[in-house]
Write a protein that binds this ligand. Structure first.
Ligand code: TYM
Length: 332
């Protein structure tokens, strides 16, 4: 992102769901960019607990998940003095603008969302209406902060496109109201694949414990998962995601973890064993310092930071909400 010293700093917004363990895909695809961007932009980061409710949860599960992920995000390097860091449900404007966005998004465009098709297709039981309307809430999350840049992994590309489309439609219908956001998807690590089934992305909502590297895994677990990662039988180390998805995923992970280039890294290996050993070592080096910092954070400190963050977030969101209500003709 280019900002010169005379530029106003760009507004950055992103969110993560507090459901399931945070994995390597979340980290390489999004979270480490959050940390980098907080120092060069005006960054707002949110734990999107309302989104987590789109799939059924046990009582208390979301609250605990929210605290756990908040601690982890602080351990990863989010600094509440450098960014605004808060919980979605603590700022009621998200739900409120989410409703308005449902009036702007069309049934047809929501039906085309691949995440809805995947998640509803995998479900054997109850499918909530919110799973379908979820991208409208996500658009509200983004638009509430006059966001210019949204750092996300590749799987969120379609949702950010939808946020752009609804912003443009709202502006066309009611007059200039919202900033039209852009996604920021990293060159390396944008789509980390499952180690056991490398044709699928690594995911919190798919049950593949051996294919998913979690940020709380021990070094031994990481070594074991990487060692057992599915490759292929031809024994050649080459970056070719279509015909060699497993090996290419390992090369992509190594590239993202070491700031390298996957095709160039491939030239350094002639066997899968040494590649896997280097991937495991790079991941352990990445994850160990995060785990060490996690031990120092207690829940009371985390709750206090989140309360303060919600006040700061609301100070930005409330005037934008008022602007949207005025624009669409509600009596204010
Ligand atoms: P969530 O919670 O599923 O994921 C959080 C972030 O991690 C990225 N990610 C990945 N990146 C690379 N490889 C993977 N295998 C991988 N899996 C996940 C995601 O792209 C995301 O950036 N709908 C969003 C949360 C959200 C949001 C928002 C994001 C709600 N409102 C507004 C941005 C702006 C989600 O479920 O992300």
């Amino acid at each position: 992102m280019s900002t010169t010293p005379t530029d106003k700093r760009a507004r950055v917004f992103s969110g993560i769901q507090p459901s399931g363990a945070v994995h390597l895909g979340n980290y390489l695809g999004a979270l480490r960019n959050w940390v980098a961007l907080q120092h060069e932009a005006d960054a707002v980061y949110c734990i999107v607990d309302l989104h987590a409710l789109t799939l059924p949860k046990e009582p208390g599960e979301v609250a605990q998940g929210t605290l756990d992920i908040a601690r982890l995000l602080l351990a990863i390097g989010l600094d509440p003095r450098a960014c605004v860091f808060f919980v979605q449900s603590h700022v009621h404007e998200h739900a409120e603008l989410g409703w308005l966005m449902q009036t702007i998004a069309s049934y047809g465009e929501l039906s085309r969302m691949t995440q809805f098709k995947d998640k509803s297709g995998r479900s054997t039981g109850f499918i909530s209406a919110s799973l379908f309307t979820y991208p409208a809430l996500q658009a509200a999350d983004i638009l509430l902060y006059d966001t210019e840049v949204v750092p996300v992994g590749d799987d969120q590309r379609q949702h950010i496109e939808l946020a752009r489309d609804v912003a443009l439609r709202f502006n066309a219908r009611y007059g200039e109201t919202f900033v039209v956001p852009e996604h920021h998807i990293p060159a390396a690590g944008a789509r980390v694949m499952d180690l056991q089934s490398p044709e699928n992305k690594m995911s919190k909502s798919i049950d593949s414990p051996q294919g998913t590297v979690n940020l709380l895994d021990t070094p031994k677990e990481i070594e074991k998962k990487v060692k057992r990662a599915v490759t292929d039988n031809d024994g050649e180390v080459r970056f070719d995601p279509t015909s060699k998805p497993g090996v290419s995923n390992l090369l992509s992970i190594l590239a993202a973890a070491t700031d390298g280039d996957p095709a160039k890294l491939a030239d350094q290996y002639h066997q899968y064993g040494p590649l896997k050993a280097d991937v495991a070592a790079a991941l352990i080096a990445l994850i160990e310092p995060i785990q060490a910092r996690l031990a120092d954070l207690d829940d009371a400190t985390v709750r206090a930071e989140l309360r303060l963050g919600a006040q700061r977030a609301q100070a930005i969101a409330a005037p934008v909400m008022d602007r949207a209500k005025q624009a669409c003709g509600l009596l204010v």
